[in-house]
Design a protein around this ligand. Sequence first.
Ligand SMILES: Cc1cc2nc3c(=O)[nH]c(=O)nc-3n(C[C@H](O)[C@H](O)[C@H](O)COP(=O)(O)O)c2cc1C
Length: 368
Amino acid sequence: MNTDNLFKPFNLKSLNLKNRIVMAPMTRSFSPKGVPTDQVAAYYQRRAEGEVGLILSEGTVIDRVASSNDENIPRFHGEKSLAGWKNVIDGVHAAGGAMGPQIWHMGVMDNHYSGWLPAGPFEGPSGYGKPGVKNGQAMTDSDIADTIQAFGRAAADAKRLGFDTLELHGAHGYLIDQFFWDQTNDRTDQYGGKTLAERTRFGVEVIKEVRRQTGEDFAIILRLSQFKPTAYDNKLAKTPQEMEAWLNPLAEAGVDIFHCSQRRFWEAEFEESDLNFAGWAKKLTGKPTITVGSVGLTGEFLAAFAGESSQPSSLDELMRRMDRGDFDLVAVGRPLLSDPSWVKKIHEHRTDELKGFTKEALGELVMG
Ligand SMILES: Cc1cc2nc3c(=O)[nH]c(=O)nc-3n(C[C@H](O)[C@H](O)[C@H](O)COP(=O)(O)O)c2cc1C
């Protein structure tokens, strides 16, 4: 198996990567009261030492009262949390790595099992966290305007702290995605509408503000998914035309790279061809894309939360698609969660040393 294309540099605006492998954002809940600790910094630094090209942080939440349902998820606002993040990025840079925070607002959520609740109600386009289930309130115009500003402040802080890029979390059923999906957005104002293109307005306004706050030369990544954790087979865009009408306004607003989340990267997005989501996004927008989903593993990530283990698997199909130019970057989640040296092992063809993934790795910050 020839993996040369995975190890070519990638340069775009503020991003200068030594290879094409991205650590996928993975929530760890190891930041008490939202402050990333020295252990969190060491965990990311180990991945940089292990030659990960670009590290995307776990989702880290913006300055809205109810942007999170978990006290131990890191915040991206407030002096202590931002000092914690400064420690993280300095450690990653010292190890020769590059990193961006994944900027997040969860939207309407289920209450966390810990019993912790934010100081105000959850908020989203229409109060739904999942189809038919209200657990929060519909955002007013001033909530929306303030939220867009809060995304912008987080972006400005990411740049000020020295991060190389940032990713906006627009996937997996969280706030930005709740606006995209008709099952969680039944608004009748300018942030709602019958078409996906109409429901993209909130996302577009967030991107524009983030661009305004960071300038033209800062690379902005947007993560999207067609699937929802409550609806694996969901397609926000049912045709390439709908996908184009969704993605192009986002690209025009300032997205530099689309991070196209799938559970299994080899699954075709539409019937017309074997192109996956990242393949279509690149073809339709002309922008670089990141693919993700069970790279190097036999099982997918949502099953991992239910305790399913995975074994290492071949990268042949990934390289077939990458070599023909379907996508530019490849994100890897669980393999890097359980093994900081995964990239190094692939680079040095030490495939017999690759570990699988077991659920125990979810419960700790694996350093070894
Ligand atoms: C423990 C864990 C936490 C995750 N947290 C996030 C997150 O904060 N933001 C996000 O966009 N995706 C999150 N994901 C999804 C991953 O980024 C990735 O898309 C998924 O694990 C598929 O990649 P993999 O098959 O290589 O693990 C998480 C996945 C795992 C396993």
